[in-house]
Ligand binder design. Structure first.
Ligand SMILES: C[S@@+](CC[C@H](N)C(=O)[O-])C[C@H]1O[C@@H](n2cnc3c(N)ncnc32)[C@H](O)[C@@H]1O
Ligand code: SF4
Length: 380
Protein backbone atom coordinates (compact mmCIF):
# COMPACT_ATOMS: atom_id res chain seq x y z
CA UNK A 1 0.00 0.00 0.00
CA UNK A 2 1.37 3.40 -0.95
CA UNK A 3 1.81 5.91 1.84
CA UNK A 4 -0.47 8.89 1.45
CA UNK A 5 1.19 12.24 0.94
CA UNK A 6 1.27 14.19 4.21
CA UNK A 7 -0.59 17.49 4.50
CA UNK A 8 -0.74 20.28 7.08
CA UNK A 9 -3.71 22.61 7.49
CA UNK A 10 -3.07 26.21 8.55
CA UNK A 11 -6.14 28.16 9.74
CA UNK A 12 -5.73 31.93 10.09
CA UNK A 13 -7.89 33.85 12.58
CA UNK A 14 -7.16 37.52 11.79
CA UNK A 15 -8.52 39.35 14.84
CA UNK A 16 -6.81 40.75 17.96
CA UNK A 17 -7.96 42.87 20.92
CA UNK A 18 -5.31 45.48 20.10
CA UNK A 19 -2.47 45.92 17.63
CA UNK A 20 0.99 45.36 19.10
CA UNK A 21 3.45 48.03 17.92
CA UNK A 22 6.02 45.51 16.56
CA UNK A 23 3.58 43.27 14.71
CA UNK A 24 3.31 43.03 10.93
CA UNK A 25 1.14 39.92 10.89
CA UNK A 26 -2.24 40.01 9.16
CA UNK A 27 -4.12 41.08 12.28
CA UNK A 28 -7.07 43.41 12.65
CA UNK A 29 -9.24 44.94 15.33
CA UNK A 30 -12.95 44.58 14.70
CA UNK A 31 -15.64 45.15 17.29
CA UNK A 32 -18.29 42.83 15.92
CA UNK A 33 -17.87 39.62 13.99
CA UNK A 34 -20.77 37.75 12.42
CA UNK A 35 -19.70 34.38 13.67
CA UNK A 36 -22.30 32.48 11.68
CA UNK A 37 -21.01 33.87 8.41
CA UNK A 38 -17.40 33.34 9.45
CA UNK A 39 -18.13 29.73 10.38
CA UNK A 40 -19.79 29.17 7.03
CA UNK A 41 -16.81 30.73 5.22
CA UNK A 42 -14.17 28.62 7.01
CA UNK A 43 -16.10 25.43 6.30
CA UNK A 44 -16.55 26.37 2.64
CA UNK A 45 -12.87 27.10 2.23
CA UNK A 46 -11.89 23.83 3.89
CA UNK A 47 -14.17 21.99 1.45
CA UNK A 48 -12.52 23.84 -1.44
CA UNK A 49 -9.04 22.90 -0.16
CA UNK A 50 -10.09 19.28 0.22
CA UNK A 51 -11.12 19.03 -3.41
CA UNK A 52 -7.51 19.69 -4.43
CA UNK A 53 -5.89 17.43 -1.84
CA UNK A 54 -8.36 14.63 -1.20
CA UNK A 55 -5.66 11.95 -1.53
CA UNK A 56 -3.46 13.46 1.16
CA UNK A 57 -3.39 12.52 4.82
CA UNK A 58 -3.60 15.24 7.47
CA UNK A 59 -0.71 15.28 9.93
CA UNK A 60 -1.23 18.66 11.59
CA UNK A 61 -3.69 21.50 12.02
CA UNK A 62 -2.41 24.88 13.22
CA UNK A 63 -4.65 27.77 14.30
CA UNK A 64 -2.55 30.93 13.95
CA UNK A 65 -3.23 34.62 13.89
CA UNK A 66 -4.08 37.18 14.85
CA UNK A 67 -5.24 35.72 18.09
CA UNK A 68 -6.99 32.37 17.64
CA UNK A 69 -7.71 32.16 21.37
CA UNK A 70 -10.33 34.87 20.72
CA UNK A 71 -12.15 32.46 18.42
CA UNK A 72 -15.30 30.87 19.84
CA UNK A 73 -14.37 27.28 20.82
CA UNK A 74 -17.42 26.04 18.87
CA UNK A 75 -15.85 27.40 15.70
CA UNK A 76 -12.61 25.55 16.37
CA UNK A 77 -14.68 22.45 17.07
CA UNK A 78 -16.53 22.75 13.76
CA UNK A 79 -13.32 23.34 11.79
CA UNK A 80 -11.58 20.32 13.34
CA UNK A 81 -14.64 18.15 12.74
CA UNK A 82 -14.89 19.26 9.15
CA UNK A 83 -11.22 18.49 8.48
CA UNK A 84 -11.46 15.09 10.14
CA UNK A 85 -14.66 14.17 8.31
CA UNK A 86 -13.22 14.98 4.87
CA UNK A 87 -9.61 13.77 4.79
CA UNK A 88 -8.00 10.71 6.22
CA UNK A 89 -6.16 11.84 9.33
CA UNK A 90 -3.01 10.55 10.97
CA UNK A 91 -3.70 8.78 14.26
CA UNK A 92 -1.68 11.09 16.47
CA UNK A 93 -2.56 14.29 14.63
CA UNK A 94 -1.04 17.45 16.14
CA UNK A 95 -3.59 20.26 16.63
CA UNK A 96 -2.04 23.53 17.84
CA UNK A 97 -3.58 26.91 18.59
CA UNK A 98 -1.87 30.19 19.39
CA UNK A 99 -3.16 31.96 22.47
CA UNK A 100 -2.60 35.24 24.20
CA UNK A 101 -2.11 34.63 27.91
CA UNK A 102 -4.84 36.93 29.23
CA UNK A 103 -7.20 35.63 31.88
CA UNK A 104 -10.23 35.90 29.56
CA UNK A 105 -8.60 33.67 27.02
CA UNK A 106 -7.24 31.15 29.53
CA UNK A 107 -10.79 30.59 30.74
CA UNK A 108 -11.54 29.09 27.31
CA UNK A 109 -8.62 26.63 27.27
CA UNK A 110 -10.72 23.77 28.57
CA UNK A 111 -13.20 24.26 25.73
CA UNK A 112 -10.42 24.38 23.14
CA UNK A 113 -9.18 21.10 24.50
CA UNK A 114 -12.66 19.62 24.22
CA UNK A 115 -12.74 20.83 20.62
CA UNK A 116 -9.69 18.64 19.96
CA UNK A 117 -6.66 20.92 20.33
CA UNK A 118 -3.75 19.03 21.88
CA UNK A 119 -1.01 21.65 21.75
CA UNK A 120 -0.96 25.35 22.66
CA UNK A 121 1.52 28.07 21.84
CA UNK A 122 1.30 30.99 24.26
CA UNK A 123 2.42 34.52 23.35
CA UNK A 124 4.04 35.31 26.70
CA UNK A 125 6.71 37.65 25.19
CA UNK A 126 8.24 38.59 28.55
CA UNK A 127 8.10 37.89 32.29
CA UNK A 128 8.83 41.54 33.00
CA UNK A 129 5.84 43.85 33.43
CA UNK A 130 7.74 46.94 32.23
CA UNK A 131 8.71 45.12 29.05
CA UNK A 132 5.09 44.06 28.53
CA UNK A 133 4.04 47.70 28.82
CA UNK A 134 6.72 48.71 26.30
CA UNK A 135 5.46 45.99 23.93
CA UNK A 136 1.88 47.18 24.65
CA UNK A 137 0.81 43.65 25.44
CA UNK A 138 -2.76 43.28 26.70
CA UNK A 139 -1.71 41.01 29.61
CA UNK A 140 0.55 41.08 32.66
CA UNK A 141 3.40 38.77 33.62
CA UNK A 142 1.21 37.37 36.41
CA UNK A 143 -1.52 36.46 33.94
CA UNK A 144 1.05 34.83 31.69
CA UNK A 145 2.31 32.67 34.55
CA UNK A 146 -1.25 31.58 35.34
CA UNK A 147 -1.92 30.83 31.68
CA UNK A 148 1.21 28.66 31.43
CA UNK A 149 0.28 26.74 34.57
CA UNK A 150 -3.26 26.18 33.39
CA UNK A 151 -2.08 25.16 29.93
CA UNK A 152 0.42 22.73 31.48
CA UNK A 153 -2.41 21.09 33.41
CA UNK A 154 -4.70 20.79 30.38
CA UNK A 155 -2.54 20.11 27.34
CA UNK A 156 0.05 17.44 26.73
CA UNK A 157 2.17 19.87 24.79
CA UNK A 158 2.70 23.52 25.68
CA UNK A 159 5.03 26.04 24.09
CA UNK A 160 5.50 29.73 24.71
CA UNK A 161 7.06 32.66 22.84
CA UNK A 162 9.41 35.22 24.33
CA UNK A 163 10.86 38.27 22.60
CA UNK A 164 14.38 39.37 23.44
CA UNK A 165 17.12 41.74 22.27
CA UNK A 166 14.76 44.46 23.47
CA UNK A 167 15.91 48.03 24.17
CA UNK A 168 18.09 48.26 27.31
CA UNK A 169 18.17 44.52 27.75
CA UNK A 170 21.42 43.17 29.15
CA UNK A 171 22.82 39.65 29.19
CA UNK A 172 22.12 39.56 32.90
CA UNK A 173 18.44 40.54 32.74
CA UNK A 174 17.82 38.20 29.82
CA UNK A 175 19.49 35.33 31.62
CA UNK A 176 17.19 35.96 34.58
CA UNK A 177 14.14 35.96 32.34
CA UNK A 178 15.23 32.71 30.72
CA UNK A 179 15.67 31.16 34.15
CA UNK A 180 12.08 32.13 34.98
CA UNK A 181 10.93 30.57 31.72
CA UNK A 182 12.75 27.33 32.52
CA UNK A 183 10.99 27.05 35.90
CA UNK A 184 7.92 25.93 33.92
CA UNK A 185 9.89 23.04 32.42
CA UNK A 186 8.76 23.78 28.86
CA UNK A 187 9.21 21.00 26.31
CA UNK A 188 9.16 23.61 23.55
CA UNK A 189 9.93 27.32 23.48
CA UNK A 190 10.18 29.95 20.73
CA UNK A 191 12.61 32.82 21.34
CA UNK A 192 12.55 35.67 18.85
CA UNK A 193 14.90 38.63 18.71
CA UNK A 194 12.80 41.78 18.36
CA UNK A 195 12.87 42.99 14.76
CA UNK A 196 11.60 46.31 13.49
CA UNK A 197 9.21 45.70 10.61
CA UNK A 198 8.20 48.35 8.05
CA UNK A 199 4.67 49.63 8.50
CA UNK A 200 4.55 49.03 12.26
CA UNK A 201 4.31 51.66 15.03
CA UNK A 202 7.77 50.60 16.24
CA UNK A 203 9.18 51.30 12.79
CA UNK A 204 8.20 54.97 13.06
CA UNK A 205 9.25 55.22 16.72
CA UNK A 206 12.59 53.51 16.14
CA UNK A 207 13.49 55.71 13.16
CA UNK A 208 12.43 58.78 15.12
CA UNK A 209 15.02 57.74 17.71
CA UNK A 210 12.55 56.94 20.51
CA UNK A 211 14.51 53.83 21.45
CA UNK A 212 17.62 51.88 20.46
CA UNK A 213 18.13 48.20 19.90
CA UNK A 214 21.14 46.25 21.23
CA UNK A 215 24.30 46.46 19.11
CA UNK A 216 25.07 43.52 16.85
CA UNK A 217 27.73 42.10 19.17
CA UNK A 218 25.32 42.07 22.12
CA UNK A 219 22.62 40.45 19.96
CA UNK A 220 25.09 37.73 19.01
CA UNK A 221 26.03 37.22 22.66
CA UNK A 222 22.37 37.07 23.63
CA UNK A 223 21.78 34.42 20.97
CA UNK A 224 24.76 32.31 21.97
CA UNK A 225 23.92 32.54 25.68
CA UNK A 226 20.34 31.54 24.91
CA UNK A 227 21.48 28.47 23.00
CA UNK A 228 23.86 27.44 25.76
CA UNK A 229 21.40 27.83 28.64
CA UNK A 230 18.62 25.99 26.85
CA UNK A 231 20.86 23.23 25.62
CA UNK A 232 21.97 22.64 29.23
CA UNK A 233 18.29 22.01 30.03
CA UNK A 234 17.84 19.57 27.17
CA UNK A 235 16.10 22.04 24.88
CA UNK A 236 17.88 21.83 21.53
CA UNK A 237 17.80 24.66 18.98
CA UNK A 238 16.19 22.69 16.17
CA UNK A 239 15.50 25.86 14.19
CA UNK A 240 16.80 29.46 14.28
CA UNK A 241 14.31 30.57 16.97
CA UNK A 242 12.80 27.29 18.15
CA UNK A 243 13.96 24.97 20.92
CA UNK A 244 12.58 21.61 21.95
CA UNK A 245 13.22 18.49 23.93
CA UNK A 246 13.93 15.99 21.12
CA UNK A 247 10.60 14.61 19.88
CA UNK A 248 8.64 17.69 20.97
CA UNK A 249 9.35 19.85 17.91
CA UNK A 250 6.36 21.60 16.36
CA UNK A 251 5.44 19.13 13.63
CA UNK A 252 3.35 21.69 11.79
CA UNK A 253 6.21 24.17 11.43
CA UNK A 254 8.48 21.29 10.43
CA UNK A 255 6.14 20.72 7.48
CA UNK A 256 7.00 24.25 6.26
CA UNK A 257 10.70 23.92 6.90
CA UNK A 258 10.96 20.54 5.17
CA UNK A 259 8.93 21.92 2.25
CA UNK A 260 5.98 19.57 2.48
CA UNK A 261 2.47 20.38 1.32
CA UNK A 262 0.04 22.44 3.35
CA UNK A 263 -3.21 24.26 2.72
CA UNK A 264 -3.89 27.71 4.14
CA UNK A 265 -7.43 28.62 5.15
CA UNK A 266 -8.62 32.08 6.27
CA UNK A 267 -7.60 35.66 5.41
CA UNK A 268 -4.04 35.98 4.09
CA UNK A 269 -3.23 32.30 4.62
CA UNK A 270 -0.58 30.79 2.34
CA UNK A 271 -0.46 27.27 0.99
CA UNK A 272 1.99 25.10 -0.94
CA UNK A 273 0.82 22.15 -3.01
CA UNK A 274 2.70 19.74 -5.23
CA UNK A 275 0.82 19.12 -8.48
CA UNK A 276 2.27 17.19 -11.41
CA UNK A 277 5.74 17.58 -9.94
CA UNK A 278 5.45 21.35 -9.55
CA UNK A 279 4.96 23.44 -6.41
CA UNK A 280 1.91 25.66 -6.51
CA UNK A 281 1.68 28.66 -4.16
CA UNK A 282 -1.77 29.74 -3.01
CA UNK A 283 -2.70 32.90 -1.17
CA UNK A 284 -6.00 34.16 0.23
CA UNK A 285 -7.24 37.75 0.32
CA UNK A 286 -5.70 39.57 3.29
CA UNK A 287 -8.51 41.91 4.28
CA UNK A 288 -11.01 40.01 6.46
CA UNK A 289 -14.11 41.52 4.82
CA UNK A 290 -12.79 40.96 1.27
CA UNK A 291 -11.92 37.37 2.13
CA UNK A 292 -15.33 36.79 3.72
CA UNK A 293 -17.26 38.21 0.75
CA UNK A 294 -15.13 36.30 -1.70
CA UNK A 295 -15.62 32.96 0.08
CA UNK A 296 -19.36 33.48 0.40
CA UNK A 297 -19.58 34.35 -3.31
CA UNK A 298 -17.10 31.84 -4.79
CA UNK A 299 -16.57 29.13 -2.19
CA UNK A 300 -12.99 30.26 -1.57
CA UNK A 301 -10.99 33.44 -0.89
CA UNK A 302 -8.09 32.53 -3.15
CA UNK A 303 -6.66 35.44 -5.05
CA UNK A 304 -3.32 34.16 -6.16
CA UNK A 305 -2.37 30.82 -7.51
CA UNK A 306 0.98 30.48 -9.15
CA UNK A 307 3.67 27.99 -9.96
CA UNK A 308 6.71 28.56 -7.73
CA UNK A 309 9.38 29.51 -10.27
CA UNK A 310 12.40 28.78 -8.06
CA UNK A 311 11.37 25.93 -5.73
CA UNK A 312 15.05 25.14 -5.09
CA UNK A 313 15.51 28.59 -3.53
CA UNK A 314 12.35 28.30 -1.48
CA UNK A 315 13.46 24.86 -0.34
CA UNK A 316 16.81 26.33 0.80
CA UNK A 317 15.19 29.31 2.53
CA UNK A 318 13.13 26.91 4.60
CA UNK A 319 15.53 24.00 5.07
CA UNK A 320 18.58 26.01 6.10
CA UNK A 321 16.66 27.31 9.12
CA UNK A 322 16.85 23.79 10.55
CA UNK A 323 19.77 22.55 12.64
CA UNK A 324 19.51 19.17 10.88
CA UNK A 325 20.16 21.01 7.60
CA UNK A 326 18.83 19.70 4.31
CA UNK A 327 19.26 16.40 2.60
CA UNK A 328 21.42 16.56 -0.51
CA UNK A 329 19.25 13.94 -2.15
CA UNK A 330 16.10 15.99 -1.64
CA UNK A 331 17.81 19.17 -2.74
CA UNK A 332 19.04 17.41 -5.87
CA UNK A 333 15.53 16.18 -6.69
CA UNK A 334 14.37 19.81 -6.81
CA UNK A 335 17.40 21.60 -8.20
CA UNK A 336 19.28 18.95 -10.18
CA UNK A 337 22.50 19.42 -8.17
CA UNK A 338 23.39 18.15 -4.67
CA UNK A 339 24.88 21.41 -3.36
CA UNK A 340 24.00 25.05 -4.04
CA UNK A 341 26.80 27.09 -5.56
CA UNK A 342 29.80 24.89 -4.53
CA UNK A 343 32.39 27.68 -4.88
CA UNK A 344 30.51 30.08 -2.64
CA UNK A 345 29.63 27.23 -0.30
CA UNK A 346 33.35 26.56 0.15
CA UNK A 347 33.99 30.19 1.08
CA UNK A 348 31.30 30.01 3.76
CA UNK A 349 32.64 26.67 4.96
CA UNK A 350 36.08 28.19 5.50
CA UNK A 351 34.41 30.91 7.57
CA UNK A 352 32.79 28.22 9.73
CA UNK A 353 29.30 29.32 8.75
CA UNK A 354 28.09 26.23 6.91
CA UNK A 355 28.77 22.50 7.15
CA UNK A 356 28.54 19.50 4.87
CA UNK A 357 28.40 15.74 5.40
CA UNK A 358 28.01 12.96 2.85
CA UNK A 359 24.21 13.20 3.00
CA UNK A 360 23.36 16.69 4.30
CA UNK A 361 24.44 20.31 4.40
CA UNK A 362 23.45 23.11 6.74
CA UNK A 363 24.28 26.33 8.57
CA UNK A 364 26.33 26.34 11.81
CA UNK A 365 25.26 28.17 14.99
CA UNK A 366 27.68 30.94 14.05
CA UNK A 367 26.18 31.14 10.55
CA UNK A 368 22.63 31.20 11.87
CA UNK A 369 23.33 34.65 13.30
CA UNK A 370 23.45 35.98 9.76
CA UNK A 371 21.28 33.49 7.98
CA UNK A 372 19.72 36.04 5.63
CA UNK A 373 23.10 37.29 4.44
CA UNK A 374 24.23 33.70 3.86
CA UNK A 375 21.12 32.87 1.89
CA UNK A 376 21.51 36.01 -0.24
CA UNK A 377 25.14 35.16 -0.91
CA UNK A 378 24.34 31.57 -1.92
CA UNK A 379 21.32 32.35 -4.02
CA UNK A 380 22.41 35.37 -6.06
C1 LIG B 1 1.23 35.70 15.52
S1 LIG B 1 2.17 35.98 16.92
C2 LIG B 1 1.56 34.86 18.14
C3 LIG B 1 0.13 34.83 18.54
C4 LIG B 1 -0.46 35.92 19.33
N1 LIG B 1 -1.09 36.84 18.47
C5 LIG B 1 0.48 36.66 20.22
O1 LIG B 1 0.82 37.80 19.94
O2 LIG B 1 0.86 36.09 21.22
C6 LIG B 1 3.67 35.14 16.65
C7 LIG B 1 4.88 35.50 17.46
O3 LIG B 1 5.81 36.19 16.66
C8 LIG B 1 6.65 36.98 17.48
N2 LIG B 1 6.81 38.29 16.82
C9 LIG B 1 5.87 38.98 16.15
N3 LIG B 1 6.40 40.13 15.67
C10 LIG B 1 7.71 40.14 16.02
C11 LIG B 1 8.80 41.06 15.83
N4 LIG B 1 8.66 42.21 15.16
N5 LIG B 1 10.01 40.73 16.34
C12 LIG B 1 10.17 39.57 17.00
N6 LIG B 1 9.20 38.70 17.22
C13 LIG B 1 7.97 38.97 16.75
C14 LIG B 1 6.00 37.08 18.83
O4 LIG B 1 6.77 36.41 19.78
C15 LIG B 1 4.66 36.39 18.64
O5 LIG B 1 4.29 35.64 19.74
S1 SF4 C 1 -1.69 39.92 19.53
FE1 SF4 C 1 -0.19 38.83 18.22
S2 SF4 C 1 -1.01 38.91 16.14
FE2 SF4 C 1 -2.17 40.39 17.39
S3 SF4 C 1 -1.17 42.31 17.04
FE3 SF4 C 1 -0.21 41.41 18.84
S4 SF4 C 1 1.56 40.20 18.07
FE4 SF4 C 1 0.23 40.69 16.33
Amino acid sequence: LLNKQPLGVYVHWPFCVSKCPYCDFNSHIQSSIDIELWTKAYLLEIQHSFEKTSKHEIKTIFFGGGTPSLMPPQLMDKIINKVCSLWSVEKDIEITFEANPSSVESSKFQDFRKAGANRVSLGVQSFDDDALVFLKRPHSAGEAVQAIELANSLFGRVSFDLMYARPNQTLKTWRKELETALLFRPSHISLYQLTIEPGTAFYTAFHRGDFKLPEETLSAELYETTNRILSNCGLEAYEVSNYAIPGQECRHNLMYWTYQDYVGVGPGAHGRLTQNGRKIATRRHNAPSVWLDSVLANGHGEHELEVVTAPDIEFLLMGLRLTQGVSKKEYELISGVPLPNPLKFKVLQEEGEVWETESHFGVTTKGRLRLNAILNFLIV
